[in-house]
Each structure stands twice: as structure tokens, then as C-alpha cells.
Design a protein around this ligand. Structure first.
Ligand code: ADP
Ligand code: 5GP
Length: 219
């Protein structure tokens, strides 16, 4: 047991109420395309109060129903390059012929305000984020099998058979990257997977190193 540092001012035997302020952090969710990241996020966001989704930018055209500023910021390749040149990305990468990036300012401001931010990025993006935000929490979502991944990509009905083949090919090499992450979640049963992700986030919010303890004296 390590001695308590000066920063820790738990009330102890004094009369008063212990107040805990926790620092914000970034949760990075990766996993092969079709593993269920977006479906899982839609389940988890309402379960964890205050959890904030970081909307990425992409040069990929919108799928039916996707909205600019909600699902992605859909940018022309020229605009995406301008964002890169202005240093507006925390990370960016090329995936299956399109560019994807995480807006830096939104993430850093939300973390500075003490919020927990979650972002869905591929493994190249996750590696870049680890270099700059070592305090991040890295979660890898695994499909039950490559056959099931194929079924999910087909069932989603948003990608051509060429795009599906390309994403499956990328998935085969991506699965090995799980060893570089802090947590894995098997997305077999969606409800169970969302409970696990919510539990990971709650546990990370309770890490002592993210906390500042204060003792408010009772009048
Ligand atoms: P990703 O965001 O990882 O590319 P999606 O969230 O779009 O993946 O999910 C791909 C497809 O798989 C969707 O049609 C979704 O409804 C389905 N799906 C997601 N999770 C499950 C699950 N646990 N069981 C069965 N189907 C799932
Ligand atoms: P999709 O085209 O299916 O929405 O996303 C394809 C891939 O891009 C997924 O693996 C997803 O995790 C990744 N992706 C989405 N947003 C970002 C981002 O901001 N940065 C990076 N590096 N990858 C992203």
C-alpha cells in the first residue's frame, strides 16, 4: 500500500464531507468494420451519464440515413487536407480508400472539462492516440468469428460486395492488434457487450490516479 500523497485530502477523522473530482479521459474503441462498434455505442451512451461521443471527419460518402455533424463530418478530400494542414486532427488515417480523423479541439476541450469522451477509430488511429494521450483507455471489440463478421457486413446492407471484401481482408490483419489494447470485448450478445463496456468506463472513472479528493468542512 502506497502512502497517501499530499494531494489526497480525504476527511478521515475530521468532520466534513469528502468531495471527489475526477479528471476527464478518452476511451478509444476499435475493432474490425462490422464488429458492431456503432451499434454498441448507441447502447452504451445512454447507460453512462455524461459520456460524450467524438464525431469523426471522413472523406467517405454518407450512407443512407447518415447525417453531417452527427455520424461524421463528411468532407471533400481537399477540405480534409486543409484540416490536416491546420493541425486540426488528434490523429488521422486512411482506411479502405478513404480518410478518417478525430477533431483535436473537441476532444481536448471536453477532457479538460472533466468529461469522458469516446471515439471509434481504426487501429492506426489508436496507435497515434496512444502516443499523445497515454492516459487513454483502449478497448478492442471482437466479432465472434470472421463468418459472422461477413454476415453482419452483408446484413447491414450499406456496402457493395467489393467494399465488404476489402473490409474483411483488412479485418483479418486487424484482429491480431488486440494485444496492444487494455480491454477486449466479444460482441456476441449485444446487451452483454454493452454492459461490459459500461462497466469498463465506470471502473476507469474510479481510478485513484484520476481523482482529486477534498474535504468540505460541515458548518
Ligand atoms: P461497425 O460500427 O463496427 O462497423 P455496426 O455497428 O455498423 O459495425 O454493426 C454492423 C452490423 O452488425 C449492423 O447491421 C448491426 O445491426 C449488427 N450487429 C451489431 N452487433 C451485433 C450483435 N451483437 N449481434 C448481431 N448483430 C449485430
Ligand atoms: P466506416 O466507414 O465503417 O464508418 O468506418 C471504417 C473504419 O474507420 C472503422 O474501422 C472505424 O473505426 C474507422 N474510423 C472512424 N472514425 C475514425 C477516425 O476518426 N479516425 C480513424 N483513424 N479511424 C476512424
Amino acid at each position: 500500500m502506497q502512502p497517501l500523497t499530499n494531494e489526497l485530502k480525504i476527511c478521515g477523522w475530521q468532520s466534513g464531507r469528502t468531495i471527489v473530482k475526477t479528471r476527464g479521459f478518452l476511451v478509444v474503441l476499435s475493432g474490425p468494420s462490422g464488429a458492431g462498434k456503432n451499434t454498441l455505442l448507441a447502447k452504451v451512451l445512454p447507460k453512462v451519464p455524461g459520456l460524450t461521443y467524438s464525431v469523426s471527419a471522413t472523406t467517405r460518402p454518407p450512407r443512407p440515413g447518415e447525417k453531417h455533424g452527427v455520424d461524421y463530418y463528411f468532407l471533400e478530400p481537399r477540405e480534409f487536407q486543409e484540416w490536416i494542414d491546420r493541425g486540426e486532427f488528434l490523429e488521422w488515417a486512411e482506411f479502405a480508400g478513404h480518410r478518417y480523423g478525430t477533431p483535436r479541439r473537441f476532444v481536448m476541450e471536453a477532457i479538460a472539462q472533466g468529461r469522458v469522451v469516446i471515439t471509434d477509430v481504426d487501429i492506426q488511429g489508436a496507435r497515434q492516440i496512444k502516443q499523445v494521450l497515454s492516459d487513454g483507455v483502449f478497448v478492442f471489440l471482437m466479432p465472434p468469428s470472421v463468418d459472422e463478421l461477413h454476415n453482419r457486413l452483408k446484413g447491414r446492407g450499406t456496402d457493395s460486395s467489393e467494399a465488404i471484401a476489402r473490409r474483411l481482408e483488412i479485418a483479418r490483419s486487424e484482429l491480431d492488434a488486440v494485444v496492444d489494447y487494455d480491454y477486449w470485448i466479444l460482441n456476441d450478445d449485444l446487451e452483454q457487450a454493452s454492459e461490459t463496456l459500461a462497466a469498463i468506463i465506470r471502473a476507469e472513472q474510479s481510478r485513484v490516479r484520476r481523482a482529486t479528493f477534498m474535504c468540505r468542512k460541515e458548518p
